[in-house]
Design a protein around this ligand. Structure first.
Ligand code: ADP
Length: 864
């Protein structure tokens, strides 16, 4: 019997040892708790093992030794437990710890003394009787003292912690150790009564340790441990976990998976196909890819309720390198899919809104700009033309806002395309200048241009986008400059024979940008110094679009700025050179004249039908083509268009997109089905205000030959007509026999004092236009004004007049006068009146002579 008892004790000791070591090995992230648990277990093992060994000792010396070992275990257990609990309640007292260690050692020394017990053998089992001694009494108080300390600490701890699981654990710890106290009673008291000791406390110690161990592992007592975490993860409330064996059959599923996929308990032996909408091949593919690559992710739909799931599998390889199982983590994507659908819907709504908005806004602007263009062409009053130009500038600005929004969405979706065309640099810069001049003037800002005269005059590039970039920078310069000046500088750097870097700098003396914020400048919707700029309109999109466009063209943008002093935005864009002739002196006034309209061809025999429900648009269309002499017929509905197409022969048709009753596309479809004998294959062009990406493909697919965006730009309209009208109907400008003013004498001979080649270059080779400008030069003689200002010593007026004469003289080829005017203007700009006066007389004589010579020439022509 006693042998069984000692065997049981040895087994319990071994179990405690295994539990202690396994905890320490596995729970690596439990910090100090891991070591306390290890020492508790080791001491319990020593305690129980010592007693077990003592009972089967062959002599009393050996029994004494094992009893001391067992006592070491008891004192060690109580000491470790006290230190552990002190640690858990956050007590840091070193003194208390030293006392505890000293008392424990002392207890082993005094109670372990041979004189405290008498060994005896009962039924072949070695046990002992207690002797009344100091050691025994001390041991009793030692245990009682530790017990009180533990109860006290536990109560403090209980008060401190909030988590219910920890409170429960404290209670369990107290109860478990109560088991020891209860068990110690027979163990300690019985020998005191002179009876042989029974190792009941050993069982109590084991039970206490086992209970504490269990809760440490299964309840989140200390830190998060691997054991409890694994359970938690498996039971996770929002992740389905499926485990497939090497036969591709479902082996394990957690509760969440069972709910999500509706897996019955008796239905577990199934493949993936049973749970998801998958074919056999797809199932095999998932297993195979997971096996080969170690992991696999896919979005799937569950068979149950068609739930969208995101499926992530990984393979577990056994110690022999073979696949052991496939673990699948599955997330319910219902909410995500709902949100995605909402986003798609919202995006669709946004696109529709953009399309509609662009149409709604472009249509009236079309009418306004069209009529305005007619005013500019047909009015002879300078004031009216000025007003009309202002309307034009604002209309274009409004268009640019719509375009900004459209551009941003295009760039965002990577659909922005560049359209390279040949363009005149001076005309581009002039446009940029004029689009901003009113705003600069309104803010009383000095607006200057510094243009390198040697820039090649014609370049190849996306003129519209380059204009947009420069205007964006100029707009910002005006917006963020409360006073002072803004300057537009243009220059170039040749990088190949036919290529250059077009360099544009926009300088301002405005609020500037701090170094830190310069980095954020080109991010979308990013506005800097929001507080200071709150009254300035802006979306924070301008610079983003600017930068993206420049990058798209292969160029770059840099900013140099000093907070409070001003900024310089420098842009470099590679462009191809089409004409090497330098642009010459850039004068905004001259360029303005140059930008005036001139039709590019005549086609008096061509007949075009244009259809639009808005009568004003028809009028604009006809007006824009008036000088080309094309015969224009109009229809104000799709029905009327078809009727006219049946009955009259045309060379080309323009058809508006949005019309009531039957829109452009329906009209087109109906016409295509018709059996008409005439107008079968004529070009049909769609007129649309819908500039959204993808529209072009849609129109071409419907059978339209091409499309033209509203507001219609006359040069694009003429270009389109030229492209699709039969060549025989078109007479290019310059082809028609012009009525020269002097039929016998060439222009060079008539004006030998002018550089007529340069003049003709300025007026695009149009002799008639050039001659009319020469006449204007005479009519706008400024001699009297100059003289008046000179007499009044009004140098500012002289500067303004010489500035104007400088530009216009250069454009007609009067280089000497231009140069002299420039000298005076520049001297006055610097405040150098002495030089100005010194040059004045010579200039006035040259200017007067030039005007007289011109008058003579015209007189000679009139009399001829
Ligand atoms: P916004 O529509 O706000 O003008 P932008 O993208 O054009 O958007 O500019 C972004 C921000 O950069 C502006 O809000 C402004 O704070 C700053 N910024 C741009 N240009 C200048 C400038 N010339 N001087 C000072 N700050 C500027």
């Amino acid at each position: 019997m006693q042998r069984y008892l000692s065997l049981i004790l040895m087994i319990l000791a071994t179990m405690a040892l295994v539990m202690a070591i396994s905890f320490a090995v596995r729970e690596k992230n439990q910090g100090r708790a891991r070591w306390y648990m290890l020492f508790l277990g080791l001491n319990v093992a020593l305690w129980i093992g010592g007693h077990g060994a003592m009972e089967i000792s062959i002599d009393y010396d050996m029994a004494f030794l094992f009893r001391v070992l067992s006592l070491l275990g008891i004192a060690g257990y109580l000491l470790t437990l006290s230190l552990f609990v002190l640690h858990l309640i956050g007590n840091k007292s070193i003194v208390l710890r030293i006392i505890l260690v000293a008392v424990s050692v002392f207890d082993v020394v005094v109670y372990g003394h041979r004189m405290t017990v008498i060994f005896t053998t009962v039924d072949g089992r070695v046990t002992y009787y207690g002797i009344k001694s100091f050691g025994r009494i001390f041991h009793f108080f030692f245990i009682a003292g530790i017990g009180i300390l533990l109860i006290f600490c536990a109560l403090v701890w209980l008060k401190k912690v909030k988590a219910r699981r920890t409170r429960k654990c404290i209670r369990i710890l107290m109860l478990a150790n109560l088991v020891i106290v209860v068990a110690i009673i027979p163990d300690t008291i019985i020998p005191m009564l002179g009876m042989p000791a029974f190792p009941s406390s050993d069982f109590g110690a084991f039970i206490a340790y086992a209970v504490f161990w269990y809760y440490s592992v299964n309840i989140n007592l200390f830190n998060i441990g691997i054991s409890n975490l694994t359970t938690y993860m498996f039971e996770s409330g929002n992740t389905a976990i499926l485990v497939y064996d090497s036969e591709k059959q479902l082996a394990v599923a957690n509760e969440y998976a069972k709910g999500l996929l509706h897996i019955e308990d008796d239905q577990q032996n199934n493949g993936l196909e049973a749970l998801f909408h998958l074919s056999q091949e797809e199932e095999d593919d998932i297993f195979e890819t997971t096996r080969q690559e170690g992991k696999y992710s896919i979005n799937l739909r569950a068979r149950y309720q068609d739930t969208p799931c995101s499926f992530h599998s990984s393979i577990v390889i056994d110690k022999f390198g073979d696949p052991y199982c496939m673990i699948v983590f599955l997330y319910d994507r219902t909410i995500e899919e709902k949100m995605k659908n909402e986003v798609i819907e919202a995006n669709k709504a946004k696109s529709n809104f953009l399309a509609n908005m662009s149409h709604e806004i472009r249509t009236p602007i079309n009418a306004v700009l069209g009529i305005d263009e007619l005013i500019i062409r047909e009015s002879t009053e300078k004031e009216i033309i000025d007003y009309a130009r202002n309307i034009q500038a604002s209309g274009k600005a409004l268009l640019s806002i719509i375009n900004d929004i459209l551009d941003f969405s295009k760039i965002e979706s990577g659909k922005m395309e560049l359209v390279p065309v040949e363009y005149h640099v001076s005309s581009l810069l002039n446009d940029c200048y004029h689009m901003i001049s009113m705003r600069a003037l309104e803010k009383n800002l000095l607006y200057e241009t510094q243009v390198d005269e040697k820039i090649p005059s014609v370049l190849l590039g996306d003129e519209v986008r380059i204009r947009q970039i420069i205007v964006n920078l100029l707009t910002n310069a005006v917006k963020y400059t409360p006073s002072g000046s803004i300057t537009l500088c243009a220059s170039y750097r040749r990088i190949a024979k036919d290529k250059l870097l077009f360099v544009v700098e926009v300088k301002d003396t405005g609020i500037g940008i701090t170094k830190e914020e310069q980095g954020k400048l080109f991010e979308s919707f990013q506005r800097i110094d929001e507080k200071k700029n709150r009254n300035i309109e802006g979306t924070g999109l301008g610079l983003t679009i600017t930068k993206q466009l420049i990058t798209l063209m292969g160029g770059q943008i840099e900013v140099e700025s000093e907070y409070g002093k001003g900024s310089v935005f420098r842009v470099e864009i590679p462009q191809k050179i089409c004409s090497d002739i330098p642009i010459g002196s850039f004068d905004t006034g001259v360029a303005e004249t140059k930008a005036d309209y001139k039709e590019s061809f005549h086609a008096p025999d061509a007949k075009i039908l244009v259809t639009d429900d808005v009568a004003m648009n028809l009028k604009v269309f006809a007006g824009l083509l008036k000088r080309t002499q094309i015969q224009i017929d109009t229809a104000c509905s799709g029905m009327e268009c078809i009727e006219k197409l049946y009955n009259h022969s045309y060379d080309m048709v323009f058809l508006d997109h949005l019309m009531p009753h039957m829109d452009g596309i329906e009209t087109m479809r109906k016409w295509k089905k018709s059996q008409s004998a005439i107008n079968k294959d004529i070009p049909i062009i769609m007129l649309t205000a819908n500039a959204i990406e993808g529209a072009k493909e849609e129109y071409l697919a419907e059978g339209f030959t091409d499309y033209l965006t509203k507001p219609i730009r006359s040069e694009l309209l003429e270009e389109m007509i030229c492209r699709y009208l039969p060549e025989t109907l078109i007479h290019r400008a310059g082809e028609e026999a012009k009525e020269p003013l002097d039929k016998t004498v060439s222009i060079e001979e008539r004006f030998p004092f002018l550089d007529t080649a340069q003049g003709m270059e300025y007026f695009a080779g149009d002799e008639e236009f050039y001659l009319s400008m020469l006449q204007d030069y005479v009519t706008e003689n400024r001699e009297a004004e100059l003289q008046q200002a000179y007499e009044k010593k009004d140098y500012e007026t002289i500067r303004i007049i010489t500035h104007a004469i400088k530009g216009i003289s250069l454009s007609i080829g009067a280089n000497e006068v231009s140069e002299q005017a420039k000298q005076i203007e520049q001297a006055l700009k610097k405040g150098d009146t002495v030089t100005a006066i010194a040059c004045y007389d010579e200039f006035v004589v040259s200017y007067h002579t030039l005007i007289e010579q011109l008058k003579e020439c015209f007189k000679a022509n009139d009399t001829a």
